[in-house]
Design a protein around this ligand. Structure first.
Ligand SMILES: [Zn+2]
Length: 278
């Protein structure tokens, strides 16, 4: 079926206290693996492209690949820009046929984040895309002093910007943790009481599973997974290289078990997010 937007899948997921996985995809193998996992579990899925890939032609052709995979699937699939840094990135997402975009102004002062996110939301909506934004910066590596979102700021931000989904900081960080993170699920609950739109959990990799489940129960309906998913790729490539030894193997055949390993990993996250594994 044709690609869908966040609004076709996330409000219902939030109402049903489940989440939809958003996998970062960069190539044929990662895109195919994420979709294979969603199909195996019969769940909707978000395939997202990080803003760095908008710096050359990768976002355009990965987007075209995702669109083709979705057209040949019966599942609802969203094609989403992850961590768009500029209004220009949002315009490129519209041009490339994405159905959703994130504008991340979380490093800006609040008033400036609100102003720029409003503009991004207007451009996205005019192009038929949904928009995600972020308040309270979610860092790249966990530090002692994690900036957290407040319920009041989150509610003000959602009202003022007209966004469709909101990433809030509750203690998660991007990448692998150096020590166990403190995930503030009490804060997640208080934010969800004030903000009606679906919330987004960034830094879903390596976060304790019980905390992720608690966040999902509090209205986090989009669960971002990048680091762990990519790590499966890297580790499986090493394994396949060792298996190959000195013998030649065509790259498509070499990559098949890599794709399968990524799909198997992704399926565990899809089941957890959907609550079908308990
Ligand atoms: Zn993120």
């Amino acid at each position: 079926m044709p690609l869908v937007t966040l609004n076709e899948i996330l409000p219902q997921a939030r109402a049903e206290r489940r989440a939809v996985c958003a996998f970062n995809v960069v190539n044929c193998e990662s895109a195919k693996a994420a979709l294979m996992a969603a199909e195996a579990e019969d769940q909707p899925v978000i395939l997202q492209v990080f803003h760095r890939l908008f710096g050359d032609d990768k976002a355009r052709y990965v987007g075209a690949l995702v669109r083709d995979l979705a057209d040949h699937s019966d599942l609802p699939v969203v094609l989403h820009l992850d961590h768009g840094q500029t209004i220009e990135h949002v315009k490129m997402a519209v041009e490339y046929g994405f159905t959703s975009a994130m504008f991340d102004g979380s490093k800006l002062p609040l008033a400036e984040n609100i102003a720029q996110t409003r503009t991004a939301a207007q451009i996205a909506h005019e192009g038929g895309l949904t928009i995600e934004a972020e308040i309270g910066h979610i860092p790249t590596t966990a530090t002692e002093d994690l900036p957290l979102s407040t319920p009041e700021e989150a509610a003000e931000f959602a009202d003022a910007t007209n966004v469709d989904a909101l990433a809030v900081a509750i203690g998660t960080a991007h990448g692998f943790y150096k020590s166990a993170p403190i995930i503030h699920t009490d804060l997640a609950r208080r934010i969800s009481e004030k903000v009606a739109i679906p919330l987004v959990l960034h830094g879903g990799s390596d976060t304790p599973e019980d905390k992720v489940r608690e966040a999902i129960a509090c209205g986090f309906a989009k669960l971002n997974i990048a680091t762990e998913f990519f790590n499966v790729f890297l580790e499986q490539v090493v394994r396949e290289s060792e298996n190959r030894g000195d013998s030649f193997i065509p790259i498509d055949l070499f990559m098949n078990p890599v794709t399968d390993a990524m799909a198997a990993f992704a399926a565990t996250k899809v089941r957890m997010a959907a609550g079908t594994d308990t």
